[in-house]
Each structure stands twice: as structure tokens, then as C-alpha cells.
Design a protein around this ligand. Structure first.
Ligand SMILES: C[S@@+](CC[C@H](N)C(=O)[O-])C[C@H]1O[C@@H](n2cnc3c(N)ncnc32)[C@H](O)[C@@H]1O
Length: 262
């Protein structure tokens, strides 16, 4: 019986991965299409991105920006720091981080979707962002060296992961002592019913996989972090009818969070 349950679970995880890759392939290649969520520069500015930072990075990375908050206010990146972006998409946050840490620092973007990484790599090469690299990996197991990085950032991604505790443990492993985890993500105020959590399309739209906020924070603390700030991103809204309904019914919302590895 346990074997049957775990086979069902792993079938669902495989289905999820396929849905997530399909959705974010489209985000990279066809950003002008209709999605459950808003993308692009207008939203980035509404979330708090500084227009001067956006002017200094490739416009095509901004068109495919599918983040949910402005975690840079909490990350407080400094020159010469080493940064990992979990779920780097088409690269917008990696380019902003690149400019903040300068030539003495570096930024590694992790993403499992080839088209996202390919687009980000092309934009990196044509824009001369020499301190940025990308790696194909799962955010649950990046394969990067442990204890090296000053900051781990992530924007709109952890909700998509089937094993969130593994993501937080990986972020903790990557950071050096005193390192910061600054993320923006989707959480809920009430637990989502199974018909939503088992809907792979709603999962890929950053809704079905959202965890209840208190459990989400508890998992970050269980990984070893001290959570020092949590902010609601009230400027973030889903746009499709189904997504808006879930938002209103279950308190699906965006937060930004800072946690420290002491
Ligand atoms: C909502 S998009 C956000 C991308 C980027 N952070 C941004 O702000 O535009 C989510 C990204 O995370 C990637 N992703 C989702 N789950 C992942 C996982 N388990 N491992 C690696 N990448 C993942 C997807 O391929 C996609 O590019």
C-alpha cells in the first residue's frame, strides 16, 4: 500500500514538473501570451524595483519577469558578494544582483527549464554580465558548494517545489555563517483544499503549491534559519478569474521574507 501511495505521489511530482516546465518555457519564449499572473516592467516597478536598476539590464529579461515581490530591499546586497538565485527564470534578478555585487562578486542562477536558462544565458552574453553563470539543476539539490555564498535570493519559485523543506535545507547549506536568505513567494492564509493542490495547472500558476504562511515560516526555521522579517506584498495580484477566486477564498498572497543563518 505504501508503495502504491508513493508511486502516486511521484507520478504527481513528475506531472507537476512537466506542467511547470511547459508554463515557464512559454514565459521565456512568448511573454506576450496570457498567463494567470502579470509579468513585465510595469509590475516590476509596482513591486518596488527601481527604474534606474531596470534601465541597466536587458529589456527582454524584464518582459519575462515572473517574480512576485521585491526581495532586494531585504537582501541588501553588497559589492563583492557571492549570490545564488534559486529559480532564476529569464535572468532579471540575476542581472540586477550582478550590478549590485560588481566585478568582485558573482551570481549563479539555478533553473530546471532549458528555455529560461537559454534565454538568460543569451542575454548575459550579449549584455556582458561577466560575473553571472547559470546551472541546470533543481532548487532542492543545486550541486553547488556549501558554505560559500553570502546571499540566496528566490522570487516566486519555492511555491512551485514539491519538497519545500528540501529547498530551505539546501539554501541553508549553501550559505556561509551570517548569510541571508531573501525571498519573495506565494503563501496562503488558509490551507488549500485537495482539489486545488492536486490541480497541476493551478500549481504551475503559483497557486496550487502555495503553503500556509505559518507552516512555511516553521519549515524555514526547522532548516536552521532565524526569520527576521516578513512583509506582505499587497501590490501583487493574480489576474485570471480562477486565480483571483482562490486568492479571495484562501488568502493566497505574496510575501517577502528575510532569514539569517547565524
Ligand atoms: C515563477 S518563475 C520565476 C522566475 C524568476 N525568479 C523571475 O522572477 O522571473 C519560476 C521559475 O522557477 C523554475 N523552477 C520551478 N521549480 C523549480 C525547481 N524545483 N528546480 C529548479 N527550477 C525550478 C521554473 O523553471 C521557472 O523558471
Amino acid at each position: 500500500m505504501n508503495v502504491a501511495i508513493s508511486t502516486r505521489q511521484s507520478d504527481f511530482v513528475t506531472e507537476l514538473e512537466s506542467h511547470v516546465k511547459t508554463m515557464y518555457r512559454a514565459v521565456a519564449l512568448y511573454p506576450e501570451s496570457a498567463f494567470h499572473f502579470e509579468m513585465g516592467r510595469t509590475m516590476a516597478e509596482r513591486l518596488g524595483y527601481d527604474p534606474r536598476d531596470l534601465d541597466r539590464i536587458p529589456a527582454a529579461s524584464i518582459e519575462s519577469f515572473a517574480g512576485v515581490g521585491y526581495h532586494f530591499a531585504l537582501a541588501d546586497l553588497q559589492k563583492n558578494q557571492f549570490v545564488v538565485d534559486l529559480g532564476s527564470g529569464s535572468g532579471m534578478d540575476t542581472f540586477i544582483a550582478s550590478n549590485k555585487v560588481g566585478h568582485g562578486g558573482s551570481v549563479v542562477g539555478i533553473d530546471m527549464t532549458d528555455e529560461q536558462r537559454n534565454k538568460a544565458s543569451y542575454l548575459r552574453d550579449s549584455g556582458g554580465f561577466c560575473n553571472v553563470s547559470y546551472k541546470k539543476a533543481y532548487i532542492e539539490d543545486t550541486g553547488l558548494p556549501g558554505g560559500l555564498y553570502h546571499t540566496v535570493i528566490s522570487n516566486g519559485v519555492v511555491n512551485l517545489a514539491a519538497d519545500k523543506p528540501a529547498v530551505f535545507k539546501e539554501a541553508y547549506r549553501l550559505l556561509r555563517s551570517g548569510g541571508r536568505l531573501a525571498l519573495s513567494d506565494i503563501v496562503t492564509e488558509k490551507a488549500l483544499p485537495e482539489r486545488i493542490t492536486c490541480d497541476a495547472t493551478l500549481w504551475a500558476a503559483c497557486i496550487g503549491g502555495a503553503m500556509q504562511q505559518d507552516e512555511y515560516i516553521a519549515e524555514i526555521e526547522k532548516a536552521g534559519f532565524r526569520v527576521v522579517a516578513v512583509r506582505d506584498n499587497t501590490e501583487y495580484h493574480f489576474i485570471s478569474g480562477g486565480a483571483t477566486w482562490a486568492t479571495e477564498t484562501y488568502g493566497v498572497k505574496s510575501i517577502s521574507l528575510l532569514a539569517v543563518k547565524d
